[in-house]
Design a protein around this ligand. Structure first.
Ligand code: ATP
Length: 513
């Protein structure tokens, strides 16, 4: 793009009240954003789509809303105090901070891009007869680039796994990686940096009063496992869902709302009988992909298995989406074994077991987790929706139109009500009457300012799927035109049918499989 288009999308988000940079009048705060009037509607609809798909559609999934603050031991047991780190490196000249692994990945990407360029050149040269697979396997230059990329990747992964910060630094030096902005190669050593934000309880001083802002919502589910199981009498397998804020002190927060320091997660932990976790892992992989596919074209999504499994996982995969800056993680699906319940049990001294009446056994359930970022989901919906196109205007001339093709069920405003002229009292009165009839059912906007063509464009720009226009004929026979955003087709319908039509077409049930 894609870069250019991405910049325009970010500008559009601000101009139309989807997302603002935080604290803008004070020059902003890095990696923190605010959602505006349109943004909060879209975000709430995304959350509702997830909640309904998980909780409403599954009898054996229930929700909770746990606190952001939790007992600090929770983060000891979960491994976050000791291991929730990223390797960081500072450039001594520019004083900028980077993630060492991200710098190295950038170099790997360059090598793969070189190989792809060779392939593309050859494809042009050979035309129809080109055999890409054979070319990749035999061309010396392509082989050199891909083998080098693989060797660097393997070495980086090994260094990360072994916590070998010196080797990460050595890779950066050997590849002669420079600060992307200043070009300087004057680096500090690589150090581990813990991503948790901490704060202090008012009534206890020192280390004992140290609290963390949760870096994931999952732990609030684990520590409530028994409460929920007992109060709902759910039987394994069952799940607990939660939507909530999480905080991570990301070393480099960029790419807009893709990587933020304060963000929202939609997580579900599914508790299963040990030994059945792979079955459920595959079940949730398919289910979650279907959820994405209901609103996102399949070629924009793919699975990517994890190369390095976290200490708690025996299988893990990301659902990646093709953001304007490439395929990147949108959701993680992890088989977390009994790690979390087991270590909370150990540290708290409380038994977190389940009695399975079917096999007459007590055990610590295994867990399959699905975890999707609400903000990344928001960005993916907007990336898919954003379109700049040429369409005929009222005079039949080509005109630019910017439209957000947001799935109707997720659109912030469902319907706009537009009187064709505003200086006729009877027409405005009728339009107000229609607006009042619609507004208890869904979010509507009333707009009478400017020519109707401009009003349509304003609604296109925020993704409103339907515009209802009140014209002279309305005054005669109580019919209105209803315009569909994507096709721009207009149908004449009776006022008494408008609620039903818009409701049916914007119903979330349409996308809940
Ligand atoms: P990444 O590798 O991109 O840092 P992660 O693997 O650490 O992500 P998880 O811990 O699996 O992410 O979190 C689950 C989901 O939460 C991610 O798939 C993503 O959608 C979202 N998420 C994680 N970190 C951030 C962030 N800093 N800003 C926005 N969303 C995030």
């Amino acid at each position: 793009m894609q870069e250019d288009l991405f910049k325009r999308l970010v500008a559009h988000c601000k101009e139309y009240g989807f997302v603002y940079p935080s604290s803008e009048i004070y020059e902003g705060l890095g990696g923190v954003y605010d959602y505006g009037p349109m943004g909060v509607e879209l975000k709430n609809n995304i959350k509702e789509y997830w909640w309904r798909a998980m909780v409403q559609m599954h009898e054996n999934i229930v929700g909770i809303d746990s606190s952001i603050f939790m007992h600090p031991s929770i983060w000891k047991a979960s491994g976050h105090v000791d291991a929730f780190n990223d390797p960081m490196i500072d450039n001594k000249d520019s004083k900028k901070r980077f993630r060492a692994d991200v710098l190295i990945e950038g170099e790997i990407d360059k090598m793969t891009a070189k190989a792809t360029k060779e392939v593309e050149k050859a494809a042009k040269r050979f035309g129809e007869t080109f055999d890409e697979k054979m070319f990749r396997e035999t061309n010396p230059r392509v082989l050199e680039y891909t083998q080098k990329a693989k060797a660097v990747e393997d070495r980086m992964n090994a260094a990360m796994k072994a916590n070998d910060m010196a080797d990460l630094k050595a890779i950066i030096e050997e590849l002669e990686i420079a600060d992307p902005d200043s070009g300087s190669r004057n680096w500090t050593d690589v150090r581990q940096f813990n991503l948790m934000f901490s704060t202090q309880l008012g009534n206890i001083s020192g280390e004992e009063g140290k609290l963390y802002l949760r870096p994931e919502t999952a732990q609030g589910i684990f520590v409530n496992f028994l409460n929920v199981q007992k109060t709902t009498r759910q039987k394994v397998p069952f799940g607990i869902a939660q939507i909530g804020k999480a905080f991570r002190n990301e070393i480099v927060a960029r790419q807009f709302i893709f990587r933020m320091r304060e963000f929202e997660q939609m997580e579900m932990q599914f508790f299963v009988r040990p030994g059945t976790e792979m079955e459920w892992y595959n079940y949730w992989k398919a289910k979650r992909m279907a959820w994405h596919n209901a609103i996102t074209p399949a070629d924009k999504l793919k699975f990517k298995d994890h190369d390095n499994l976290a200490h708690y996982a025996n299988a893990a995969v990301d659902v990646q989406f093709e953001f304007p800056f490439g395929f990147k993680e949108l959701e993680g699906i992890h088989s977390r074994t009994d790690f979390d319940l087991g270590s909370h049990s150990q540290l708290s001294g409380k038994k977190l077991t389940y009695f399975d009446p079917e096999i007459n056994e007590h055990y610590v359930p295994y867990v399959v987790e699905t975890s999707v970022g609400c903000d990344r989901m928001f960005l993916s919906v907007l990336t898919n929706a954003y379109a700049e196109e040429m369409v005929p205007d009222a005079q039949g001339e080509d005109a630019n139109r910017l439209v957000l093709r947001i799935p109707p069920a997720l659109a912030p405003v469902k319907c706009a009500v537009l009187p064709i002229v505003r200086n006729k009292e009877e027409m405005v009165g009728k339009a107000r009457e229609v607006f009042d009839r619609l507004k208890p059912h869904f979010l509507c906007q009333y707009d009478e300012k400017d020519a109707v063509g401009r009003r349509y464009r304003r609604q296109d720009a925020i993704g409103t799927p339907y515009c209802v226009t009140i014209d002279f004929e309305t005054l005669e026979n109580d019919t209105v035109t209803i315009r569909e955003r994507d096709s721009m087709k207009q149908d004449r319908v009776s006022i008494s049918d408008v609620v039903r039509i818009v409701k049916e077409r914007t119903d979330m049930a349409n996308i809940l499989g």
